[in-house]
Design a protein around this ligand. Structure first.
Ligand code: FE2
Length: 279
């Protein structure tokens, strides 16, 4: 599937853009399934906001349990000071996570598209396993910023071997909060690590390295049409800005590791009930 030039580009730059990689009906199916989950979601049961801009935010059980479930998280801007919703539910969800690939047939089918397994084998996986899926809404007007980070801070394996697969469900551009990356910086140090103490059921983000994140001037916006796929290395710094526009920017992400790497017991995401999901 990938040619040598693309594989070398991924290795050298730490990311690879595959424009229009996924057929429109497959993208539409996953979007429909996500909207159906939101439709079923009882917002009065769980008002957990997901945000990345507050380093001290502690995750709750609803978050930890989402490793093996399908949970909806709210945009911070969707609630007023009293915690009441100020916009319709379907415009208030930040993301759905993190086991749709196991539990929702449309997502399972999407993740099992042969193209995805093929690409992973092309970039060196012998037995790729899918650990988490997220459907990100980046809602119009309030879609929250995802601050600079490296995915390896949250999904740690030994040796590090996680790849993020980011699929544009809708067109992504600078106006609606597209992804930004720092080409070549996947070789830079891991800045932070998020470990969970399972006895206390508390997570903590610790600084490992003070290397500053690059400024936007040196970063590259990944503007892609719906159906495009972006692969990125687990040490690649990336972020996305708030969405101030009047259009959403839906994306679906998958995070994969190789069977032969050891998954850290201190990762927030543990699969205890669900079996391994092989691609
Ligand atoms: Fe990320």
């Amino acid at each position: 599937m990938l040619n040598n030039k693309q594989i070398k580009q991924f290795q050298a730059q730490g990311y690879l853009v595959l424009e229009n990689a996924i057929a429109a009906p497959d993208v539409a199916a996953v979007k429909q399934a996500a909207l159906a989950i939101v439709d079923d979601f009882d917002i009065d049961q769980h008002r957990t906001v997901f945000k990345t801009t507050d380093r001290n935010v502690s995750r709750d059980d609803y978050f930890f349990d989402s490793a093996e479930a399908v949970h909806c998280f709210l945009e911070e801007g969707a609630l007023d000071a009293a915690g009441e919703l100020i916009r319709p539910k379907e415009l208030a969800i930040n993301k759905i996570g993190h086991a749709m690939h196991d539990l929702v047939p449309e997502f399972t089918a999407f993740c099992r598209l042969p193209l995805i397994g093929q690409i992973l084998r092309d970039i060196g996986y012998s037995e790729p396993q899918l650990w988490q899926t997220m459907y990100i809404f980046k809602q119009p007007g309030i879609g929250g910023e995802v601050s600079w980070h490296q995915d390896a801070s949250y999904l740690i394996t030994d040796p590090p071997c996680v790849t993020g697969i980011w699929v544009a469900v809708e067109d992504a551009h600078q106006g609606n909060g597209c992804l930004w990356v720092q080409p070549g910086q996947h070789r830079s140090a891991l800045r932070e690590i998020y470990h969970v103490d399972w006895q206390q059921r508390k997570g903590r983000l610790t600084t490992l390295d003070d290397t500053p994140w690059q400024t936007d001037a040196k970063a590259v916006p990944v503007e892609v049409p719906a159906g495009s796929m972006v692969l990125f290395h687990d040490h690649m710094p990336h972020y996305s800005s708030q969405n101030y526009s009047d259009t959403s920017r839906h994306a679906f992400t998958m995070h994969v590791a190789d069977k032969h790497a050891e998954w850290s017991q201190q990762n927030w995401l543990q699969r205890n009930q669900l079996g391994r999901f092989r691609l």
